[in-house]
Design a protein around this ligand. Structure first.
Ligand SMILES: *Cc1c(COP(=O)(O)O)cnc(C)c1O
Length: 371
């Protein structure tokens, strides 16, 4: 799409992403640093994000689905690709064809992958997922004990890592973090040899910041790579990787007592200059941001007033010099004076949801990093 034909521009800074990768890798070293790039690299575009991370040294990638794995395989012929959702029915041959290694989440997954290994007469790689506190995916204690009682279930399988996932890592003081860590150690000791000493992966972005006890042998950050704060509170140590700007369509000067937007949820109380901006909930600019969020023009913060429409928001630009907000000028919606984490907070959600909801009408621009 041509730049001038779009109402809003999304800029993804691949250099910042690579710097974030290196920061996380150095924090977690000597553990390997993989990358979680499910959902089209958190909405930022796997075609560019995958190769940029590979260039920065990342050699292992996690995605949710085999379809995502196949897309990534075409981009990165040599990377390790792990599929978090395990084995979907009748997908084994696709995993083999594209070199995708499943995360085995259940005894059923183990059985299926082992039977397939026998059928194709070769060792098959996988990760083994233990559920230590999410109650979402992975094996609970009774199944771990069943596996321990019958290690032949693992015939034909090469388990590269035993993994688990933290529920509350963004809250360092949460007691569940320690409890999950202790459970992981105990579950691992229950596993049949040699799995009781197999390499372990535990930490997502936030888990890396819980300290070395949580790093084990491999970490798998996602959101922090993309500039989201890996901690629920406190300053964000990551570099900003995403900026969103949208064009002003029209500027109107009105007096007191004018209604703004659908539902007339805002009414001016004095003379006000209002700019209408070309972005809306159809672009992933959440409707919940109406009367809540702020944007910025040359670092001057301006509030969103009235409801977010499908394609338009209205902002109060009374305090911005007239020459800086004319039709055709740009307003910062995410990035710079408007941190991603603040936008998420104003929408009552988390940066993950803001990024994965970014729409398809933006002109997307990728800034290349030095490598
Ligand atoms: C998404 C995901 C990650 C990455 O989490 P972030 O919080 O984005 O760092 C790691 N592990 C698993 C199992 C995941 O589903």
């Amino acid at each position: 799409m041509e730049r001038k034909l779009a109402g809003a521009h999304l800029t993804i800074d691949l250099g910042a992403l690579q710097e974030n990768y290196r920061l996380l890798r150095d924090l977690a070293a000597p553990a390997e640093c993989a990358a979680s790039v499910k959902a089209n690299a958190y909405g930022l575009g796997i075609e560019r994000v995958g190769p940029a991370l590979y260039k920065a040294g990342c050699r292992r990638f996690f995605v949710a689905l085999p379809s995502e794995g196949i897309t990534l395989r075409r981009l990165l012929p040599k990377a390790k690709i792990n599929i978090l959702h395990g084995l979907l029915p009748e997908t084994e041959s696709a995993y083999l064809e594209y070199g995708l290694d499943p995360v085995l989440n259940s005894l059923e997954d183990i059985r299926t992958w082992s039977v397939f290994a026998k059928e194709c007469g070769q060792k098959l790689h996988a990760l083994l997922h233990l559920d230590t506190g999410m109650t979402r995916l992975g094996m609970l204690e009774p199944d771990i004990r069943k596996l321990a009682a019958d290690p032949s279930m693992l015939a034909g399988l090469e388990i590269d890592y035993v993994m688990s996932h933290l529920a509350c890592a963004d809250t360092p003081g949460h007691p569940l973090n320690r409890q999950q860590l202790e459970k992981l150690r105990r579950f691992r000791a229950l596993l049949p040899a040699p799995l009781d000493t197999a390499p372990v992966s535990f930490a997502n972005s936030a888990g890396i910041f819980l300290g070395p006890d949580y790093h084990f042998d491999m970490v798998r950050p996602g959101i922090a790579l993309f500039g989201g704060n890996p901690r629920a509170a406190g300053p964000n140590p990551m570099k900003e990787a995403v900026r969103l700007r949208a064009r002003i369509l029209q500027v109107q000067d009105v007096d007191s007592q004018f209604h703004v937007g659908y539902g007339a949820t805002f009414r001016t109380e004095k003379s006000t200059r209002i700019a209408s901006v070309s972005v809306g909930y159809a672009d992933g600019y959440f409707r919940a941001l109406g009367n809540k969020a702020e944007c910025a023009i040359r670092d001057i913060k301006v509030p969103v007033i009235g409801r977010v429409s499908m394609d338009i928001i209205t902002i109060d630009v009374s305090k911005v010099p007239r020459e800086d907000c004319k039709a055709g000028d740009f307003v910062d919606l995410i990035g710079g004076a408007v941190p991603l984490d603040d936008v998420a907070a104003h929408a009552g959600t988390i940066p993950y949801e803001i990024l994965t909801a970014l729409g398809s009408r933006y002109y997307r621009e990728y800034l290349e990093g030095p490598g």
